[in-house]
Ligand binder design. Sequence first.
Ligand SMILES: Nc1nc2c(ncn2[C@@H]2O[C@H](COP(=O)(O)OP(=O)(O)O)[C@@H](O)[C@H]2O)c(=O)[nH]1
Ligand SMILES: [Mg+2]
Length: 488
Amino acid sequence: MKLQRPILVGGLGLSFSLWMLQNLHHSMVQIGEFSLLSLLAVGGGLWLLKSNRTQNSSQSLSSVPVDRTTVEASIAKAQAVVNQLAQETENPLTVGTLREQLTRLTAELDRQEMIAVVTGGKSVGKTTLIEVLKSSWCQNVETGSFSLVEFQETPPLFVKASENSDVDVLTHANKSDVVLFLTNGDLTDSEFQSLQQLKAINQNTILVFNKQDQYLPDERVSVLQSLKHRMSSIVVATAASPSLIKVRKHQEDGCVQESLELPTPDIQQLTQQLGEMLTQQPEQLVWATTMRKVLLLKAEAKNLLNEIRRDRAVKSIEQYQWIAAAAAFANPVPALDILATAAINAQMVMDLGGIYQQKFSSEQAQTVAGTMGSLMVKLGLVELSSKAVSTVLKTNAITFVAGGLVQGVSAAYLTRIAGLTLVEYFQQQEVAIHSGTVLNLDKLRQTLRSVFQQNQQMAILQSFVKQGVKHLTPQPQQLQLVKSEISA
Ligand SMILES: Nc1nc2c(ncn2[C@@H]2O[C@H](COP(=O)(O)OP(=O)(O)O)[C@@H](O)[C@H]2O)c(=O)[nH]1
Ligand SMILES: [Mg+2]
């Protein structure tokens, strides 16, 4: 590996870089399908959807109808991911399962019966509401005015010790045509968040204020108003199983007779709204649901693929980081020679691109590596890392600080950051094979910042520096050996 003449790297002010890093989380917003993919990527975290995305795009998203052709195209894309997985995995069973699921999804495009999921906290009245809904629904189906609906109850949300995590529950909800979300009054924070998540994935949701009989008439109105104010979705009030009420009857002889009466369930608003929603364009709802399922399945396959590729990629990155370390260690300069590191990275870019089926010519790889190098400088990462590395070295009382150790470890560290950034970036690309890869610089910059931030945690840095020191300096045992040889 030939090193170019080292240049000094000033970097930007530390405070500026810190400011950039602080603002990082605002920029990690993605659009469309990516949100679903990245959700799954982070441990199935449906919960991670940022609410600002919801505000920006939910309205426009929900107005885009999904047609059959679009779903079929998505199924084909998912198929391509599964095929790629089949080529790279050593686990044919998973591939088999995914293929079966895809076949089922194709058949589902013609599903006749609608699926409504009823969810909410514990004891909000899910079971009761379903009972009442079913019987009123049947009558409407018989007269031919409503389509067939299967009502499904989810396990309760917000129950800590439950076997089902809220993520599972929401994933289930995501696979239905409509969600009835029950609450018994003003929304709690967790209820609000779950609703936001349903909205973010463009799920048809009706917010149902059940047990309204427990409120005085004017309270009812204000709860309903407040719900409508907080959620722009459809809100209805119901009493699936109203409590007994005391009824006073004035007799003709002037006596007052009190009796208890059981009011009939009041779900009229809900039946009407749900009826409209499910009867207007049932095919489109079914297609939209199938689309969500396809995207989830594709994301699952892609996740598996990414896991396999990441393992291979990290091994490769590790090789390059120690090459970079050795080079900078042997050729210590006052500040890190980022261009030299970048020259080494070009080969790494090619390798990683190969693993992720992103074809780069050697010139392209050179450009990518150079771009990453200059991004690192611009973001002040070079300066930040050498500072961090020397701090860790000092606080770990590493006595044998050879010249070039800081540079060596920093070079390794920056190479690793560059590599992990590319991995992260490639993971978000469509799996379909591209001819001629065009880098999205903004996205690369965002990814770089976030990967850097993740790897700036003290624990990670410390263990990395220790590893680096091990690689670059003689081991204690070896020193011991040398000493004992001398004394012998
Ligand atoms: N007062 C009143 N009670 C209700 C209403 N709906 C359900 N309940 C009662 O709330 C309790 C919990 O209902 P259930 O359907 O089992 O709730 P789930 O846990 O959400 O399935 C039961 O005792 C129901 O009778 C309602 O509209 N008004
Ligand atoms: Mg129940």
